[in-house]
Design a protein around this ligand. Structure first.
Ligand code: G3H
Length: 543
């Protein structure tokens, strides 16, 4: 029963109003975890999962729907999982890290149809578990499958380039990329599938063994994939841990046996985890962290375009994207006009359940968030701003109707911290220098979006901003894609670069076999290659 922000009626459905194809009973299949190639039933304590979607019987509005349970594993169980991953890696001598690239690719290729077979189940769980719209849930799934295919192609390309010998200063060498060890992958709750897989898949294919821990919200949707992993990869190559972070992740890192931490989440947690490792220099980190991306609307901007891109950028998936536009600076000459148009457009956004056609604003998974957003809005209003859209800031159980806050004061929290949700501060500015100073002072450095037409004026911002953030978007919202572009950040926003091809590099290290180019050595190397004695020293070409 969708409605619009200016008419907050009953939004949450009764059971009978839920479309049959997404109707959900208690999801009982998530009481398992994957260890050493075995999908094992967890018999210990479990965590109850509440959907952000509230469902009532006829007449009333009930509370969050009880969706299922997942294992609350103990430290001992997590360490057993770590043992399995370490055994499979075998200090680099295991079957998986020494397997040929072509064979590893075959394993990953066999995973794709198995993954696709559970698409509907995963998409449905994405909707119920984190409140992501059906369209975005499908997009998340399909984009992930594309990412796997693109990763395979990128690895083939990388391998083709490494299948030749380098000859330099009397030496002959073959240079390839080798795995790093055991990788712990932890994805975020806003992209629990995609952003877990954008580290897990490249880590795997480069010969590492992996333990993945789903985020706090977005756990059940991994359950349908466990069998697919178990049947596609050798035992211990992919493993899962579930449960409370400090209980299960702390001991994994403190053991010193995790070689790479791939974590997408908050800078605070990342820093805590890094410091738990007893040999920090041995721990490699691939991190995607907080961001406070600014949009800057210049005096000559195309207002229609700027408004629609900023609404999309600020409020897609309720603003719960690390790449979301989280503050909008507008030149004072058009600030009032921009703010009013922006507010009217926000009022048109459809509020409803994830499966409603064209829905834009959906229930929030994280408990207590609506009240926290209200606190941010109240503080901004106390400092002189107004909520300028009808219904903005209204709370209905797990729903928070987007609030457009104008004119926002840079001293208030909404202009300083990452809100990660549907509250948008609009700040008028007079001089571009004010914007640059704000970006320079920000602890974050992911992206910015500039709206304008004058090449000179745009360049005056592009040149300083590229040294502050890692992507400057012109006349479009901030975003991660296309996935072949580097996804990276400065300051407290990221460590390491992800993209289809960069990820292959961050989860591997170059190794080479070199010999003085003497005649006997040439004979030996040729013998190894022609006899196909080594998987590393080889000129085999993957088509
Ligand atoms: O939450 C951060 C994601 O990487 C954003 O990706 O820009 O494609 O939504 P996106």
């Amino acid at each position: 029963m969708p409605t619009t922000v200016d008419a907050p009626k009953r939004v949450f459905p009764e059971v009978a109003e839920i479309p049959a194809d997404v109707r959900m009973d208690f999801y009982g299949a998530a009481d398992r975890y994957l260890v050493g190639g075995e999908v094992r039933l967890w018999s210990g304590p479990r965590q109850r999962v509440l959907s952000p979607v509230c469902v009532a019987g006829s007449g009333g509005c009930g509370g969050p729907f009880e969706l299922g349970e997942y294992p609350l594993m103990t430290a001992e169980a997590a360490l057993e999982v770590l043992d399995a991953a370490c055994r499979a890696y075998g200090q680099g001598c295991g079957r998986w890290p020494t397997m040929s690239v072509a064979d590893r690719i075959h394993h990953l290729e066999s995973f794709i149809p198995r993954m696709q077979a559970v698409r509907e189940e995963v998409v449905c769980l994405l909707m119920w578990e984190i409140g992501k719209s059906r369209a975005d849930s499908c997009k998340e799934f399909d984009r992930t499958v594309d990412y796997i295919r693109d990763t395979i192609e990128a690895l083939k390309e990388l391998d083709r380039n490494s299948s030749r010998f380098a000859v330099e200063q009397g030496f002959v060498a073959q240079i390839r990329r080798s795995p790093l060890g055991v990788v712990l992958c932890m994805g975020p709750q806003n992209y629990p599938l995609n952003e877990t897989f954008t580290t897990l898949i490249p880590a795997l294919i480069m010969g590492n063994t992996v333990i993945f821990k789903p985020p706090k919200y977005g756990v059940l949707l991994h359950a349908p994939l466990l069998e697919a992993f178990a049947s596609s990869f050798p035992p211990g190559v992919v493993n899962t841990v579930y449960g409370d972070g400090p209980t299960v992740v702390g001991p994994l890192i403190e053991s010193g046996r995790v070689d790479v931490l791939a974590f997408i989440g908050s800078a605070k947690v990342a820093s805590l985890l890094k410091h738990q490792h007893p040999r920090p220099n041995r721990l490699r980190c691939v991190l995607g962290l907080d961001a406070k991306n600014a949009a800057v609307v210049l005096p000559d901007a195309d207002l229609d375009l700027a408004v629609s891109e900023c609404v999309l950028g600020a409020l897609s998936f309720n603003g719960q994207r690390c790449t979301a536009i989280k503050i909008i600076f507008v030149h004072r000459s058009l600030a009032d006009e921009f703010a009013q148009r922006f507010a009217r457009k926000v009022e048109q956004l459809k509020v409803g359940m994830p499966w409603d056609d064209g829905v834009h604003i959906t229930p929030l998974a994280e408990q207590g968030r609506p009240e926290w957003f209200k606190g941010l809005v109240d503080e901004a209003v106390a400092a002189g701003a107004k909520v300028i859209n009808r219904g903005g800031g209204t709370i209905d159980q797990t729903l928070f109707y987007p609030a457009v806050v104008y004119p926002a004061d840079l001293k208030t929290r909404i202009c300083q911290i990452e809100q990660f949700g549907p509250v948008t501060p609009i700040v008028p500015y007079d001089d571009e220098r004010e914007v640059i100073d704000w970006v320079v002072a920000s602890p974050f450095g992911q992206q910015a979006a500039l709206f304008g037409n004058d090449p000179q004026r745009l360049s005056r911002l592009i040149d300083p901003l590229v040294n502050q953030v890692s992507r400057v978007n012109i006349n479009s919202q901030c975003q991660r894609g296309p996935d072949k572009f580097p996804f990276v950040g400065r300051k407290d926003s990221a460590e390491g670069t992800l993209s289809v091809s960069d990820a292959l590099r961050v989860f591997s290290i170059r190794s080479l076999v070199a010999a003085k180019s003497t005649e006997p050595n040439q004979r030996i190397v040729s013998g190894i290659v022609s006899g196909r004695c080594s998987k590393f020293l080889s000129t085999d070409f993957i088509f």
